[in-house]
Design a protein around this ligand. Sequence first.
Ligand code: DGY
Length: 323
Amino acid sequence: MAKPKVVITRKLPAAAEERARKLFDVELNANDVPLDAAALARAMREVDGLLPCVADKITAELLATPGRKAKIVANYGVGYNNIDVVAAKANGIVVTNTPDVLTEDTADLALTLMLMTARRAGEGERELRGGKWTGWRPTHMLATQVNGKTLGLIGIGRIGRAVARRAHLGFGMKIIYHDPYPLSDAGANALGAERRESIEAVLRESDFVSLHCPATPETRHLMNAARFAQMKQGSILINTARGDVVNELDLISALESGAIGGAGLDVFEKEPTVPAKLIAMENVVLLPHLGSATTETRVAMGMRAIDNLEAFFGGTAPRDRVA
Ligand code: DGY
Protein backbone atom coordinates (compact mmCIF):
# COMPACT_ATOMS: atom_id res chain seq x y z
CA MET A 1 0.00 0.00 0.00
CA ALA A 2 1.27 3.50 -0.82
CA LYS A 3 2.56 5.49 2.11
CA PRO A 4 0.55 8.59 3.12
CA LYS A 5 2.00 11.81 1.74
CA VAL A 6 3.08 14.35 4.35
CA VAL A 7 4.68 17.80 4.22
CA ILE A 8 6.84 18.84 7.18
CA THR A 9 7.09 22.60 6.96
CA ARG A 10 10.42 23.17 8.78
CA LYS A 11 13.62 21.25 9.38
CA LEU A 12 13.20 18.87 12.34
CA PRO A 13 15.89 17.14 14.43
CA ALA A 14 17.38 14.29 12.37
CA ALA A 15 15.86 11.44 14.41
CA ALA A 16 12.35 12.76 13.81
CA GLU A 17 12.95 13.27 10.08
CA GLU A 18 14.36 9.76 9.80
CA ARG A 19 11.26 8.24 11.38
CA ALA A 20 8.98 10.37 9.19
CA ARG A 21 10.86 9.12 6.12
CA LYS A 22 10.24 5.51 7.12
CA LEU A 23 6.52 5.97 7.73
CA PHE A 24 5.46 8.48 5.11
CA ASP A 25 6.13 9.67 1.62
CA VAL A 26 7.46 12.85 3.14
CA GLU A 27 8.53 16.25 1.81
CA LEU A 28 11.13 17.72 4.15
CA ASN A 29 12.45 21.27 4.25
CA ALA A 30 16.21 20.82 4.17
CA ASN A 31 16.86 24.55 3.73
CA ASP A 32 14.50 25.42 6.57
CA VAL A 33 13.03 28.38 4.69
CA PRO A 34 9.48 29.17 5.93
CA LEU A 35 6.76 28.11 3.46
CA ASP A 36 4.66 30.99 2.15
CA ALA A 37 0.86 30.85 1.83
CA ALA A 38 1.07 29.53 -1.75
CA ALA A 39 3.41 26.70 -0.75
CA LEU A 40 1.17 25.78 2.18
CA ALA A 41 -1.89 25.82 -0.12
CA ARG A 42 -0.10 23.53 -2.56
CA ALA A 43 0.64 21.16 0.31
CA MET A 44 -3.02 21.20 1.36
CA ARG A 45 -4.00 20.25 -2.20
CA GLU A 46 -1.37 17.59 -2.83
CA VAL A 47 -0.62 15.69 0.37
CA ASP A 48 -2.60 13.76 2.98
CA GLY A 49 -1.24 15.48 6.06
CA LEU A 50 0.64 18.57 7.13
CA LEU A 51 3.10 18.81 10.02
CA PRO A 52 3.50 22.57 10.59
CA CYS A 53 5.16 24.34 13.49
CA VAL A 54 3.88 27.11 15.71
CA ALA A 55 5.30 29.81 13.41
CA ASP A 56 3.20 28.66 10.40
CA LYS A 57 -0.13 30.43 10.06
CA ILE A 58 -2.74 27.82 9.21
CA THR A 59 -5.57 30.19 8.34
CA ALA A 60 -9.25 29.63 7.58
CA GLU A 61 -8.50 30.41 3.93
CA LEU A 62 -5.79 27.77 3.81
CA LEU A 63 -7.99 25.18 5.49
CA ALA A 64 -10.67 25.85 2.89
CA THR A 65 -8.24 25.49 -0.05
CA PRO A 66 -10.28 24.37 -3.08
CA GLY A 67 -9.43 20.80 -4.06
CA ARG A 68 -7.91 20.15 -0.63
CA LYS A 69 -6.59 16.64 -0.04
CA ALA A 70 -5.01 17.03 3.43
CA LYS A 71 -7.12 15.60 6.21
CA ILE A 72 -4.90 16.21 9.23
CA VAL A 73 -2.76 19.05 10.55
CA ALA A 74 -0.38 17.66 13.18
CA ASN A 75 1.08 20.73 14.85
CA TYR A 76 4.65 20.65 16.16
CA GLY A 77 3.94 22.46 19.42
CA VAL A 78 1.61 22.33 22.37
CA GLY A 79 0.13 25.75 21.58
CA TYR A 80 -1.99 25.74 18.45
CA ASN A 81 -3.17 29.34 18.20
CA ASN A 82 -1.39 29.38 14.82
CA ILE A 83 -4.22 27.18 13.51
CA ASP A 84 -7.79 28.33 12.97
CA VAL A 85 -9.35 25.37 14.75
CA VAL A 86 -12.89 26.59 14.14
CA ALA A 87 -12.22 26.54 10.39
CA ALA A 88 -10.48 23.15 10.72
CA LYS A 89 -13.58 21.69 12.39
CA ALA A 90 -15.87 23.29 9.81
CA ASN A 91 -13.80 21.69 7.04
CA GLY A 92 -13.58 18.31 8.76
CA ILE A 93 -9.81 18.53 9.25
CA VAL A 94 -8.29 16.85 12.30
CA VAL A 95 -5.83 18.96 14.33
CA THR A 96 -3.36 17.57 16.89
CA ASN A 97 -0.69 19.12 19.13
CA THR A 98 2.30 17.90 21.21
CA PRO A 99 1.52 18.26 24.93
CA ASP A 100 3.49 16.78 27.88
CA VAL A 101 6.87 16.44 26.19
CA LEU A 102 7.82 20.11 26.55
CA THR A 103 6.42 20.76 30.03
CA GLU A 104 9.64 20.47 32.00
CA ASP A 105 11.82 22.44 29.58
CA THR A 106 9.31 25.27 29.33
CA ALA A 107 9.09 25.41 33.13
CA ASP A 108 12.89 25.53 33.30
CA LEU A 109 12.88 28.47 30.93
CA ALA A 110 10.25 30.33 32.97
CA LEU A 111 12.53 29.94 36.01
CA THR A 112 15.52 31.01 33.92
CA LEU A 113 13.71 34.22 32.99
CA MET A 114 12.56 34.78 36.55
CA LEU A 115 16.06 34.44 37.96
CA MET A 116 17.71 36.39 35.17
CA THR A 117 15.28 39.28 35.46
CA ALA A 118 15.27 39.41 39.26
CA ARG A 119 19.05 39.09 39.53
CA ARG A 120 19.82 41.45 36.61
CA ALA A 121 21.78 38.69 34.87
CA GLY A 122 21.39 40.07 31.33
CA GLU A 123 22.42 43.53 32.45
CA GLY A 124 25.41 42.15 34.34
CA GLU A 125 26.55 40.12 31.38
CA ARG A 126 26.25 43.12 29.09
CA GLU A 127 28.32 45.19 31.52
CA LEU A 128 31.06 42.56 31.71
CA ARG A 129 31.17 41.84 27.97
CA GLY A 130 31.14 45.58 27.30
CA GLY A 131 34.34 45.93 29.35
CA LYS A 132 32.55 48.17 31.87
CA TRP A 133 32.96 46.06 35.02
CA THR A 134 35.20 47.88 37.48
CA GLY A 135 35.28 45.19 40.20
CA TRP A 136 33.37 43.96 43.23
CA ARG A 137 31.69 46.53 45.47
CA PRO A 138 28.94 46.26 48.08
CA THR A 139 26.40 48.33 46.16
CA HIS A 140 27.07 46.97 42.69
CA MET A 141 23.99 45.98 40.67
CA LEU A 142 21.74 45.26 43.63
CA ALA A 143 18.82 43.13 42.56
CA THR A 144 15.62 41.53 43.83
CA GLN A 145 15.72 38.43 46.02
CA VAL A 146 13.74 35.46 44.70
CA ASN A 147 13.85 33.09 47.66
CA GLY A 148 10.71 33.17 49.79
CA LYS A 149 8.81 35.61 47.57
CA THR A 150 5.28 35.15 46.24
CA LEU A 151 4.83 33.75 42.74
CA GLY A 152 1.45 34.27 41.09
CA LEU A 153 0.51 31.93 38.28
CA ILE A 154 -2.13 32.80 35.73
CA GLY A 155 -3.10 29.30 34.62
CA ILE A 156 -2.09 26.13 36.45
CA GLY A 157 -2.10 23.48 33.75
CA ARG A 158 0.85 21.17 33.12
CA ILE A 159 3.45 23.91 32.67
CA GLY A 160 2.06 26.11 35.46
CA ARG A 161 2.29 23.17 37.87
CA ALA A 162 5.86 22.37 36.80
CA VAL A 163 6.82 26.01 37.44
CA ALA A 164 5.06 25.96 40.84
CA ARG A 165 6.92 22.80 41.84
CA ARG A 166 10.32 24.30 41.02
CA ALA A 167 9.54 27.63 42.66
CA HIS A 168 8.02 26.19 45.81
CA LEU A 169 10.38 23.29 46.45
CA GLY A 170 13.52 24.89 45.04
CA PHE A 171 13.12 28.52 46.04
CA GLY A 172 10.75 28.37 49.00
CA MET A 173 8.26 30.57 47.18
CA LYS A 174 4.65 31.01 48.18
CA ILE A 175 2.49 29.99 45.21
CA ILE A 176 -0.85 31.58 44.45
CA TYR A 177 -2.80 31.05 41.25
CA HIS A 178 -5.91 31.77 39.29
CA ASP A 179 -7.34 29.20 36.92
CA PRO A 180 -10.95 28.42 36.04
CA TYR A 181 -10.12 24.78 36.89
CA PRO A 182 -8.92 24.60 40.51
CA LEU A 183 -6.34 22.05 41.62
CA SER A 184 -7.47 19.11 43.73
CA ASP A 185 -6.70 19.48 47.43
CA ALA A 186 -3.88 16.95 47.11
CA GLY A 187 -2.49 18.74 44.04
CA ALA A 188 -2.63 22.12 45.77
CA ASN A 189 -0.98 20.75 48.93
CA ALA A 190 1.87 19.17 46.99
CA LEU A 191 2.68 22.54 45.42
CA GLY A 192 1.81 24.67 48.44
CA ALA A 193 -0.53 26.48 46.04
CA GLU A 194 -3.44 28.66 47.07
CA ARG A 195 -6.17 29.63 44.63
CA ARG A 196 -7.39 33.18 44.25
CA GLU A 197 -10.85 34.00 42.90
CA SER A 198 -9.63 36.50 40.31
CA ILE A 199 -6.60 37.40 38.22
CA GLU A 200 -6.57 40.79 39.95
CA ALA A 201 -6.25 39.16 43.37
CA VAL A 202 -3.19 37.22 42.12
CA LEU A 203 -1.64 40.37 40.64
CA ARG A 204 -2.13 42.41 43.81
CA GLU A 205 -0.31 39.87 46.00
CA SER A 206 2.52 38.63 43.77
CA ASP A 207 6.17 39.62 43.58
CA PHE A 208 6.45 37.61 40.35
CA VAL A 209 3.63 36.85 37.93
CA SER A 210 4.09 34.05 35.41
CA LEU A 211 1.63 33.46 32.56
CA HIS A 212 0.63 29.88 31.75
CA CYS A 213 -2.64 30.14 29.86
CA PRO A 214 -3.25 29.28 26.22
CA ALA A 215 -3.71 32.01 23.60
CA THR A 216 -7.42 32.14 22.82
CA PRO A 217 -9.76 35.00 21.89
CA GLU A 218 -10.61 35.20 25.62
CA THR A 219 -7.00 35.51 26.80
CA ARG A 220 -5.90 38.00 24.12
CA HIS A 221 -4.39 41.01 25.93
CA LEU A 222 -5.31 39.49 29.28
CA MET A 223 -2.41 41.56 30.63
CA ASN A 224 -3.39 45.13 29.77
CA ALA A 225 -3.03 48.59 31.32
CA ALA A 226 -5.75 47.96 33.90
CA ARG A 227 -4.12 44.71 34.99
CA PHE A 228 -0.58 46.12 35.07
CA ALA A 229 -1.97 48.81 37.39
CA GLN A 230 -2.98 46.03 39.80
CA MET A 231 0.53 44.57 40.01
CA LYS A 232 2.78 45.40 42.96
CA GLN A 233 5.31 48.13 42.31
CA GLY A 234 8.64 46.48 41.54
CA SER A 235 7.05 43.15 40.64
CA ILE A 236 8.18 41.15 37.63
CA LEU A 237 6.16 39.65 34.76
CA ILE A 238 7.27 36.40 33.11
CA ASN A 239 5.76 35.23 29.82
CA THR A 240 6.61 31.86 28.30
CA ALA A 241 3.03 31.31 27.06
CA ARG A 242 2.14 33.40 24.01
CA GLY A 243 2.82 37.00 23.01
CA ASP A 244 -0.87 37.65 22.36
CA VAL A 245 -1.68 37.26 26.06
CA VAL A 246 0.13 40.55 26.80
CA ASN A 247 -0.65 43.94 25.32
CA GLU A 248 2.95 44.86 24.52
CA LEU A 249 2.32 48.60 24.33
CA ASP A 250 0.71 48.54 27.77
CA LEU A 251 3.61 46.47 29.08
CA ILE A 252 6.08 49.04 27.77
CA SER A 253 4.13 51.84 29.48
CA ALA A 254 4.04 49.89 32.76
CA LEU A 255 7.81 49.36 32.60
CA GLU A 256 8.49 52.98 31.63
CA SER A 257 6.35 54.38 34.44
CA GLY A 258 7.86 52.02 36.99
CA ALA A 259 4.44 50.48 37.70
CA ILE A 260 6.24 47.15 37.45
CA GLY A 261 9.91 46.41 38.01
CA GLY A 262 10.80 44.19 35.08
CA ALA A 263 9.79 41.51 32.61
CA GLY A 264 11.22 38.25 31.34
CA LEU A 265 9.79 37.42 27.93
CA ASP A 266 10.22 34.40 25.66
CA VAL A 267 7.25 35.21 23.41
CA PHE A 268 6.07 38.33 21.60
CA GLU A 269 2.98 39.67 19.86
CA LYS A 270 4.50 39.86 16.38
CA GLU A 271 7.34 37.33 16.39
CA PRO A 272 10.08 37.66 15.30
CA THR A 273 9.60 41.42 15.65
CA VAL A 274 10.33 42.73 19.13
CA PRO A 275 9.54 46.39 19.94
CA ALA A 276 12.70 48.56 19.95
CA LYS A 277 11.61 50.08 23.27
CA LEU A 278 11.75 46.66 24.94
CA ILE A 279 15.15 45.95 23.42
CA ALA A 280 16.45 49.22 24.86
CA MET A 281 15.31 48.44 28.42
CA GLU A 282 17.85 47.09 30.92
CA ASN A 283 15.24 45.61 33.27
CA VAL A 284 13.83 43.30 30.62
CA VAL A 285 15.19 39.88 29.65
CA LEU A 286 14.30 38.85 26.11
CA LEU A 287 14.66 35.36 24.62
CA PRO A 288 13.77 34.22 21.08
CA HIS A 289 10.95 31.74 21.89
CA LEU A 290 13.25 29.08 23.35
CA GLY A 291 10.86 27.44 25.84
CA SER A 292 11.04 23.96 24.33
CA ALA A 293 14.42 24.36 22.65
CA THR A 294 16.46 21.43 23.94
CA THR A 295 17.54 18.62 21.65
CA GLU A 296 15.71 16.06 23.79
CA THR A 297 12.43 17.94 23.72
CA ARG A 298 12.52 18.98 20.08
CA VAL A 299 13.09 15.31 19.13
CA ALA A 300 10.24 14.27 21.44
CA MET A 301 7.93 16.88 19.91
CA GLY A 302 8.70 15.52 16.45
CA MET A 303 8.02 11.96 17.58
CA ARG A 304 4.76 12.99 19.20
CA ALA A 305 3.53 14.78 16.06
CA ILE A 306 4.55 11.75 13.99
CA ASP A 307 2.71 9.44 16.46
CA ASN A 308 -0.41 11.49 15.83
CA LEU A 309 -0.04 11.22 12.05
CA GLU A 310 0.71 7.50 12.26
CA ALA A 311 -2.38 6.85 14.40
CA PHE A 312 -4.59 8.91 12.09
CA PHE A 313 -3.39 7.21 8.91
CA GLY A 314 -3.60 3.84 10.67
CA GLY A 315 -7.29 4.46 11.31
CA THR A 316 -7.09 5.00 15.08
CA ALA A 317 -7.76 8.14 17.12
CA PRO A 318 -4.66 10.33 17.41
CA ARG A 319 -3.73 10.76 21.08
CA ASP A 320 -3.50 14.56 20.98
CA ARG A 321 -6.53 15.57 18.95
CA VAL A 322 -7.59 19.16 19.67
CA ALA A 323 -10.04 19.60 16.76
C1 DGY B 1 4.71 25.38 21.91
O1 DGY B 1 4.91 24.19 21.74
O2 DGY B 1 3.60 25.87 21.95
C2 DGY B 1 5.90 26.24 22.09
O3 DGY B 1 5.63 27.57 22.16
C3 DGY B 1 6.94 25.93 21.06
O4 DGY B 1 8.01 25.65 21.86
